[in-house]
Design a protein around this ligand. Structure first.
Ligand SMILES: [Cu+2]
Length: 474
């Protein structure tokens, strides 16, 4: 009886976790449907039996249904059904809980810690559940038995305080030592890779031939320099851009009165000619402009924007004074949209975030670290399994390692990932690495002859633009 109920319930639970493929009537699972109908029938028969029992009680005045016994047996059925559900979940969905073979040097210790914790808690879970339901069954109401009032027992108190304390101390100490080993002393050979999180994506930065990651600052972030790298040209470009924007905003500020007057005139015209009915959207926008202009909100916004941009300029200027900050180490850095690692080589990932807290999560390597704006974090590890080996183990030719975001950081959080590839040899890595462009293209002196010719006309045309600009300004 119990199994008839459990099987469809478990099947349903499995469907919720793994929705079945679309079905047509032809491939409906008739066995499942019949099982459900049978369950329904059994429930109806039981309900009917209770009705009859209640009626008999009424007529004869004798007790027919013992609710205490029924509740006691329901407890046992619940226990069996629950444990069967746990067993089913472990067998059929356990693979979603387990992460598969660890692909990093520290992964084994990490996993063993997980198994110990899971083993202990699972054992306690089963024992307490069995006792809970068994006692419900055994000590159900019995009119021939008097309840025993049991107030306190020091021995029991001591046992159930000390035993969990010892177990928890063991688990916590083990966690602490493991974490200390994983995050402890850095391998001197470790290669640094910066991982930059933003809504919604990741970028990686390799240190370049000089093996040194250049400085960075949040104030340097621009369209062409998303990581805010301290590189002279990029920052100068940003300064010019900001100055241009300030000029434009100040221009708008100067003509503020004229603008408001022009908007009002247009507003009046649209209203009087009835055009506001033909173009309701345009009129709505215009109406808002007039409103903001009259109330002073427009002027205040301009002032605020100018102030913000000037603050940015001032901050950048502070950093520009520090020559060491722009020491050129950033020039050969490579910003990539993929991470490539060499097997058995130690790495240290330096995490940064631009906007909100993200979390870098590489399940295969058993790595997770928060990426906090303004607070650099790091995680060092050594990959021990190449992507090709992982594909073999998982029997999946398309399997890839990924670094995911594991902190719900906004609407497109689910899509925030960057591919991580582990290659066997340094040579394979070098091929990929050479294909990635450095932040600053090598100067003409470093490149071959034809490149110089290509660059030359560009310089001329820039000069033409500047000449025109000068002529225009005159
Ligand atoms: Cu995120």
């Amino acid at each position: 009886m119990a199994l008839t109920v459990i099987t469809p319930v478990i099947a349903l639970a499995a469907d919720v976790i793994e929705p079945p493929k679309e079905q047509s009537i032809a491939n409906w699972d008739w066995v499942a449907i019949l099982t459900w109908l049978l369950v329904l029938l059994v429930i109806l028969v039981i309900a009917r039996a209770f009705d009859i029992g209640a009626l008999t009680e009424k007529i004869t005045g004798k007790k027919v249904i013992s609710w205490n016994n029924i509740n006691a047996w329901v407890a046992i059925i619940f226990l069996i059904a629950g444990l069967a559900g746990v067993w089913y979940e472990l067998v059929y969905h356990g693979k979603y809980l387990m992460l598969g073979n660890a692909a990093s040097a520290h992964g084994g210790t990490y996993d063993s810690m997980f198994y110990w914790t899971f083993g202990f808690t699972f054992f306690v879970f089963v024992v307490t559940e069995v006792l809970l339901f068994y006692f419900m069954f055994k000590y159900r109401y019995n009119e021939n038995r008097k309840a025993h009032y049991y107030f306190h027992n020091n021995k029991l108190e001591i046992i159930w305080t000390i035993v969990p304390s010892i177990v928890l101390t063991f688990l916590v100490l083990r966690g602490f030592t493991t974490w200390s080993t994983i995050t402890g002393e850095l391998d001197k050979e470790s290669e640094e890779i910066e991982v930059f999180a933003y809504q919604f994506g990741w970028k990686a930065r390799y240190a370049g031939d000089d093996q040194v990651l250049g400085y960075h600052n949040v104030n340097f972030i621009s369209g062409t320099n998303p990581l805010g790298i301290a590189e002279t040209n990029a920052v100068n470009e940003l300064v010019a851009e900001l100055e241009g924007e300030i000029d434009k905003l100040e221009g708008l500020q100067e003509s503020e009165g004229d603008s408001i007057k022009a908007w009002s005139t247009r507003w009046d015209r649209m209203k009087s000619t009835g055009l506001f009915r033909t173009y309701p959207e345009d009129f709505k926008t215009l109406d808002e402009k007039v409103h903001d202009g009259m109330s002073g909100a427009y002027g205040r916004q301009l002032e605020k924007d100018i102030k913000r941009k000037k603050t940015a300029l001032r901050r950048i200027a502070e950093y520009q004074k520090d020559k060491d900050f722009f020491n050129g180490t950033a020039n050969d850095d490579k910003v990539t949209t993929e991470i490539v690692l060499v097997k058995n080589k130690p790495y240290v990932f330096k995490f940064r975030a631009r906007d909100v807290i993200h979390s870098a999560y590489m399940p295969d390597f058993r790595v997770q670290m928060n990426c906090v704006p303004g607070m650099p974090t790091q995680f060092a590890f050594t990959p021990t399994m190449t992507t090709a080996e992982a594909r073999e183990v998982k029997e999946n030719n398309e399997y890839d390692y990924y670094l995911f975001c594991n902190k719900i950081c906004g609407a497109a959080h689910y899509n925030m990932k960057i591919k991580v590839t582990v290659v066997e040899s340094e040579a394979e890595y070098n091929t990929w690495y050479a294909s990635q462009a450095p932040f600053v293209a090598p100067t003409t002196a470093e490149t071959s002859e034809p490149a110089v010719e290509e660059v030359a006309p560009a310089a001329d045309s820039t000069q033409v633009v500047i000449d025109n600009q000068v002529a225009f300004n005159k």
